[in-house]
Design a binder for this molecule. Structure first.
Ligand code: TXA
Ligand code: MG
Length: 346
């Protein structure tokens, strides 16, 4: 199939979004920008569309999709909403938060991987919202990457993975946040964080919610064989390079990384360092995760950095751990998974 590609902002945005909405409504797949990462959108009411999503991504069909709405209140069309959902929606939607709720029958089992629950998200990106509005249906959308690749944070990444596999790609520039939404399971007034994101545990607590963080977020080894969120059991975001994280005082991290870099290079490996701008590695290959003063930069750059490793053909990646405060918890969760949680304390 030929994938149509449109850059939004080129003067025919309304026509493009109208056509994209029609494609989704009629069961085709359209990739679109959100504030977190690009999504691969499908009509959430059609089982056949969900099957196309799994085929395009090469994704196991027991890994459920997030259903996107333009107005948080629309969740009640297909999910059992409750007071906690309403409280969360008022405070955090539209925005990078996904809430798991009991599902209604209108959502086919294919969308939820057979689960009785459905994940709901109301994105803040205006292109995403206008697309959902024009399609006239809720949009089921996983991240628009091939399964096992980092989520796409720009349209170029989407084309690398999806060109020829889907009907349309909408280019809306770079994603602001760069990591996928926070996923929570709610029960009563409590939330369990299944996937950390830009809505942090402290932000949820400040809304009066009791918060726990699932073990699988920081320590997948202990999490057992039945993770709450099926997506957690898959090794995600894995670059081809053997990836190791170094954690400790910055001066120790820098010297341990330099030592390992030189050892591995001497053995003929092609090595790259992922680290913060404040740290000095001489003329060793360095991919910047931004400044330690602006933790959001590491979030926005991490997935592009992981893709860059593959493009360059690096065989070893040495990464600086970042502080887990705020968005840092989400950065370390994704970096940890890229490294199969191979973390050296130095
Ligand atoms: O930021 C995001 O959430 C992006 C954009 C496109 O909105 N979407 C995204 O979707 O990251 P995906 O499919 O790549 O990740 C969805 C995650 C998976 O880990 C999945 O297992 C979990 O949410 N999930 C979805 N439905 C669930 C459910 N009913 N119960 C538990 N976990 C669920
Ligand atoms: Mg994904």
């Amino acid at each position: 199939m030929t994938t149509e590609f449109y850059k939004i902002g080129s003067g025919c945005d309304a026509d493009v979004l109208e056509r994209a909405g029609e494609l989704i409504r009629s069961g085709e797949l359209v990739a679109f920008p959100t504030e977190t990462v690009y999504g691969l959108g499908a009509n959430a009411y059609l089982a056949e569309s969900a099957r196309k999503v799994y085929a395009a991504k090469g994704r196991p069909s027991d890994n459920p999709l997030i259903v996107h709405v333009n107005d948080s209140a629309d969740a009640s069309l297909f999910a059992e909403t409750n007071e906690t959902y309403k409280k969360l929606a008022k405070r955090f939607m539209p925005g990078p938060l996904t809430v798991i709720l009991p599902k209604k029958d209108v959502i086919p089992d294919e969308v939820t991987g057979g689960l009785r629950t459905v994940a709901v998200r109301c994105p803040s990106n205006p292109i995403a919202r206008e697309l959902i509005r024009r399609s006239g249906v809720p949009i089921a959308a996983p991240s628009a990457n091939l399964s096992g690749k980092p989520s796409p944070t720009c349209a170029e990444h989407v084309m690398q993975d999806m060109d020829g596999r889907i009907a349309m790609v909408i280019d809306g520039g770079e994603c602001e946040i760069g990591l996928e939404s926070t996923v929570i399971a709610v029960s009563g007034n409590s939330a369990n964080v299944l996937r950390p994101g830009a809505v942090t545990p402290d932000m949820l607590r400040s809304a009066g919610i009791a918060v726990t963080v699932d073990e699988a977020v920081t320590d997948p080894a202990k999490a057992g064989s039945a993770p709450q969120s099926p997506g957690m059991k898959y090794k995600h975001y894995a670059p081809k390079a053997k990836t190791v994280i170094f954690s400790g005082a910055p001066e120790h991290v820098v010297s341990a990384i330099c030592r390992r870099y030189d050892e591995q290079t001497a053995k003929g490996e092609r090595v790259a360092i992922l680290g913060l701008d404040e740290h000095r590695y001489g003329d060793r290959t360095f991919i910047s995760l931004g400044s330690e003063k602006r933790p959001q930069e590491a979030a926005a750059r991490l997935f592009a950095a992981l893709r860059e490793l593959d493009e360059r053909g690096d065989t070893v990646a040495l990464c600086e751990a970042v502080d887990t405060a705020g968005i840092g918890l989400a950065v370390m969760n994704r970096m940890g998974r890229a490294a199969a949680f191979d973390i050296e304390q130095v």
